[in-house]
Design a protein around this ligand. Sequence first.
Ligand code: FB9
Length: 548
Amino acid sequence: MEPGWRWELSPMHLLRLRRHTQDDDTLSPVLQLDTFKMAVHTPVPVAELLLRRLEASDGGLDSAELAAELGMEHQAVVGAVKSLQALGEVIEAELRSTKRWELTAEGEEIAREGSHEARVFRSIPPEGLAQSELMRLPSGKVGFSKAMSNKWIRVDKSAADGPRVFRVVDSMEDEVQRRLQLVRGGQAEKLGEKERSELRKRKLLAEVILKTYWVSKGSAFSTSISKQETELSPEMISSGSWRDRPFKPYNFLAHGVLPDSGHLHPLLKVRSQFRQIFLEMGFTEMPTDNFIESSFWNFDALFQPQQHPARDQHDTFFLRDPAEALQLPMDYVQRVKRTHSQGGYGSQGYKYNWKLDEARKNLLRTHTTSASARALYRLAQKKPFTPVKYFSIDRVFRNETLDATHLAEFHQIEGVVADHGLTLGHLMGVLREFFTKLGITQLRFKPAYNPYTEPSMEVFSYHQGLKKWVEVGNSGVFRPEMLLPMGLPENVSVIAWGLSLERPTMIKYGINNIRELVGHKVNLQMVYDSPLCRLDAEPRPPPTQEAA
Ligand code: FB9
């Protein structure tokens, strides 16, 4: 430091030099640091350092190597890369993952202190060492077996006071330590694959994936970091300063801030798609706002006999309160009673003693076909008959064994068409039209049985993604024993089909366990992130860890 200068703190705690001599009292300007570099060291921002190195480099530089050169944490360079990226096209930064070898903690210790076997060797004096004593050494156990296999030492089992270990060679090369030091010095490539895998097996070496950036000059590269304007302010316009200020280019690909909005559960997204399909096909939605139903509308009206297995506790949730349905259209009930017990309308019926009490029992509806029965009964009261197309999508309840695809409740989707002279062919036709709108074209029909439809068919579709035939629903022609007691004309037939809402939703959104879709275990993020549902589009691959 030149004589006569001394440090002092300015009122604003800024460092400055004052020269006191008898004839003048000069005060150094505060920040003329470069003049006094050896005096004050303000760290050059990493970003600036990086730009300078980039300027000097030909073609680009690796963020990890730069960090090593600058002797700083890689993260600090990554931070600088990110802040420079935010400035626009100053730099290009391509994320690379480079594999490199790193010593484990034990590897570090051996590189410093020597391998266990070397330490064992060194701890054996010329007169040998009792094996028991040697085993008590920190590296004893590991080192002994390695030194033995390296034929550096031998054990004299017959020694007087128990097995005694002796050196076999006068000296040895601690190859393990040498190799680990090579790696520590960044020269892992000097080791052969075999040597490396041996050290890895001894958990002294590990391969780490290092995410580094390959940084190169951007189209707006400069070594001086001039902050790019992001706003055009009235002053800039009035002062004209906007002309020579660097502006950050618009990033039209930037993701907008997701508006915080409500989120439709995937089930409701798929439900609205199904609704759309039915409305497009001219169907009208049936009222289904009653989870509680009487056994009459849920079973009896559908000509399902009172001793049918589905009508017992095992399959159906019966109600204790309100236990019984009081309001039933008794004239119609009589016709149903007679049809079940004696038959009629060309049917022999079930020939059993039909009980009104059984029909009055309240339950949680097991299907929305009960709503179809109510709708068809209302239709039958309207004379003359007019053809109709009805649909329903709502919750149904079944006391079933729970598994990955079955809960005690699901949403049933049902379509019903009532018209003169409808046949199984019409049913197949409307099923083709319906499933085609779902993007399902390859259909197969398999004869099936339902108490309320004859003939009945299960519907199968070939699923590209799952590479197999999947049951996509059930269907049939409602029995006259169901329709005629309602008062529908003889030549009116009603075709109907049903499927669930959960199955297509699980397949569309790639969800394998229904508990991920419905219930308290649902991860709300899945709902927030669940994309739009386009039923007729290819199913989305199931979600990846990463992505998410
Ligand atoms: O939904 C079902 N499968 C399905 C449907 C669509 C789908 O879409 C994919 C995107 C491509 C995938 C699968 N099923 C019906 C078939 C099976 O899952 C079945 O194992 C389970 N079924 C439920 C009942 O389980 C006891 C699904 C549910 C079902 C079954 C029958 C009906 C309704 C729902 C009915 C009926 C019916 C019959 C005749 C007249 C009126 C209604």
